[in-house]
Design a protein around this ligand. Structure first.
Ligand code: SF4
Length: 174
């Protein structure tokens, strides 16, 4: 998962609660790693235009990647391992901003919050395999995804009320 030659990652371990997502096909960052090398403010050895073009190409590759969403989460929670490079179409500076937004939204322990949510989702999925969800339970799960998905804008009061109504209706019927 290295980005850049000489990156001292040998003593850093990824957070075990967030395994790197499995891709069904080789990702572009595996087949063409040089495209994804980038340090914050990196303009060395290249014109600004050439760097911008490379960033655009990397961003396009990431936008087509089947694991982009989980790759971004992995990159955000593993800050020591992703201080350089393009991950899920983000630069180091953009990831710093996203981490601040996550801390604003979920608190300073936002990584633990995400880990708990992931664990709860895994448990629900495991339970659903044994006990298929009723229609209303499935509606609650969908609602939970809508509410807790990463990087979602804050809900308007009207949307919050609508979701509360749906949730209560689903809970009553479940
Ligand atoms: S989204 Fe992540 S795994 Fe996919 S190409 Fe981009 S950096 Fe690689």
């Amino acid at each position: 998962m290295s980005r850049g030659i000489g990156q001292p990652t040998h003593f850093l371990d990824p957070d075990p609660r967030f395994p790197f997502p499995h891709s069904p096909t080789p990702t572009r960052c595996q087949t063409e790693p040089k495209l994804f090398d980038f340090s914050h403010g990196d303009r060395s050895g290249s014109t600004r235009a050439a760097t911008e073009k490379r960033l655009e190409q990397a961003g396009t590759a990431c936008s087509r990647c089947p694991i982009a969403r989980d790759c971004l989460k992995w990159a955000l929670v593993n800050e020591p391992l992703t201080r350089i490079g393009i991950w899920a179409a983000t630069t180091p500076g953009q990831r710093t901003d996203l981490r601040k937004r996550m801390a604003d939204r979920l608190g300073p322990a936002w990584i633990d919050v995400l880990a708990e949510r992931d664990q709860a989702r895994r448990e629900r999925a495991a339970a659903a395999r044994h006990n298929p969800l009723t229609v209303n339970q499935a509606r609650i799960v969908r609602l939970d995804r809508e509410l807790n998905g990463p990087m979602r804008r804050p809900l308007t009061p009207k949307e919050q009320q609508r979701n509360r109504d749906r949730l209560m209706a689903g809970l009553k019927a479940a």
